[in-house]
Design a protein around this ligand. Sequence first.
Ligand SMILES: *Cc1c(COP(=O)(O)O)cnc(C)c1O
Length: 366
Amino acid sequence: MSIPLVDLQAQYISIKTEIDQAIQSVLNHGGYILGPEVSAFESAFASYCQSKYCIGVANGTDAIHLILKAFEIGPGDEVILPAYTFIATALGVTQAGATPVLVDVRHDDALIDLHQIEKAITPRTKAIMPVHLYGRCCDMKPICELALKYNLKVIEDAAQAHGSSYQNRRAGSLGHAAAFSFYPGKNLGAYGDGGAITTNDPELADRLKLLRNWGSRVKYHHEEPGLNSRLDTIQASILNVKLQYLDQWNSLRRSRASLYDQLLPNFRQPVNQPDREPVYHIYAVRVQNRDQILSRLQGQGIGAGVHYPFPIHQLKAYQDLYTKPFPESDAWAAEELSLPIYAELEDEQVRHVASRLISELESIEV
Ligand SMILES: *Cc1c(COP(=O)(O)O)cnc(C)c1O
C-alpha cells in the first residue's frame, strides 16, 4: 500500500468540474491581472477569517515582507520569531531589511515560548511574529498583551493555519495583520503560488493594495517603490472554489488526526489546548532514531516527512546571525516525524501507517 504525505490529485478529482469551469471562465474573460475573481476571493477570505480586509499577494513570503514594509519596519529594526519554523518566516523579515531575532519554542507544542519573547525585546524591537505551526494557534492573548506593553505589532504567520481558531476567533484575526500562503500543499492551496494578508486596519489595507501593485493605484502613477506581488486571477478562481470546501476538509483532517491519536497513545504528539481548534496542516509525532524510522517508512511506500530538520539558526543561509543554542527547537528538529494527512486519506490507510510506525519502532528498540 503506497500512501503519500499529501495527495493533491485526489482532491482535484473530487472537485474537477467546478475547478475546470472556474479556470475556463478566466480564460474566457482574459482579465489575468487583478481580475474580478481576485476581489471576490479577497472578500470571501476576509469574512472566512473574521477579518475586515484581505489583500491577495503572490505568495506567503511576500505577504510577510509586504506587511513589514507597510508598517515601515525595515533596516535597524528587529522582529521576534520562533527558531523552529519554515525559512519563509525569517526570509520575509530579511527581505524587508529587518533583523529576525529568534526565540525558542515550547517543549509541549513547538509553538513560540512567551517567556522567551519578553527576554528578547530590545529598544529596536518592532514586532512579534508568532507562527501557528502545524495548524495550531499560538497563545495569542498573552502575546498581544506583551505587545501592547512594549508598543509592538503582532503579525501572525498563519501560512499553516487556514481555519484554525483560538478562543473562538480564527487565525488571521488575532493580531494587527496576518500572512497566509496558498502554496499547493497548504490546507487551502492554489495550483501554483499564492498568498494573502488579512487585517482589520483600513490604512494598512489601503497601503498594501498600493505596495503589491508597483506602488500604484492608478496606472502609471507610482506613489512609492512597491513590489510586483499580486494574487494571480487564475489562482484566485481556484481558491474561490476550494474555500467552500475548507471547513469540510479541515474537519476530515481532524478526524484522521484523532484516529492517529487513538492508535498511537504512547507517542508524543504536540499537546492540544481546550481553547483552540487545530487544523492539522501537519500531523506530527516525536520519535527517537527519527531518520532511521523515516527511511524505513519511506521504503515501504509511506510518505512520511520532517517539518523541519533544521531550525532557522542551523541553516547555512542564516549561520552568521546566531551563535546561541535553542535547545527545544533543536530537539523538535531532531525528533519530529510527519505522518500522511489529508481529507481524502482513508481510515484503513491511517491504520496501516500507524501499525507500520509501531512495528518499525519496536524493531529498532529490540
Ligand atoms: C508555507 C509557509 C510560508 C510561506 O510560504 P510561500 O511558499 O512563500 O507561500 C510562511 N511561513 C510558514 C510557516 C510556511 O509554512
